[in-house]
Design a protein around this ligand. Sequence first.
Ligand SMILES: O=C1O[C@H](COP(=O)(O)O)[C@@H](O)[C@H](O)[C@H]1O
Length: 240
Amino acid sequence: MKMSELHLPDGIESHVGRTPNEVGEQLADAVAGFLAERLSSAPRASLVVSGGSTPLPFFHALCRKRLDWDRVDVVLADERWVPEDDPASNTALVKEHLLRDRAIGARFLPLKHPGATPEEGLAEARRCLAGLIEPPDVVVLGMGNDGHTASLFPDAPELSAAMDPDNDERVVVATPASQPQRRITLTYRFLSSARFVALHLRGKDKLATLQEAMAHTEGVMEMPVRGFLRPGLKIYWSPS
Ligand SMILES: O=C1O[C@H](COP(=O)(O)O)[C@@H](O)[C@H](O)[C@H]1O
């Protein structure tokens, strides 16, 4: 399947590259341009990024962009409740691959805090994000083949609250039965309110998942990514 074979709803843009590096560069150009524009009229700008394997080429391209990084707040869309030396830590991923080169001066606001469980660290995570201006400027999401995005998993008991558009919280705990680690995630309301929302995908399997999500946009609890398939979304995809 190709991206051009998908019938995207009106108002959703798609950007296709031949390789992950090409798409990473396209996305980094768009994000850096948007942040620079925001910084021309606002004292600070915020950037929410995802973990997992997809964002690496994007991080590598973005951290080389000329930007007033000292005025950029970087937040993860979600985190696994693991220490930073665990290979599953999204915090470690961002520190190693994004917060370097020109982006070394950006301010990172972590989701993971001391505590044996995300419930124990939740209050601190909320405090840490309390100063962020709403709406966030840029949100770059990933997606799993179960239709999750951030840690909005279909099998998380906390999903209804996390997806509730009237939930005032920015951060909640997620404990999906399918996942080995407990998690903490930004809420649907907070993520979807961003001025610039991108969905970054690679591989034909992710395209097939996106097609399935687009086929029945009303089943948000079955595939939480459906909540983001609305006008203004920018999809970035490469076939491998
Ligand atoms: O668990 C997660 O998965 C998604 C997708 O990850 P990928 O490895 O397929 O790129 C990611 O967006 C999310 O932040 C992460 O915690």
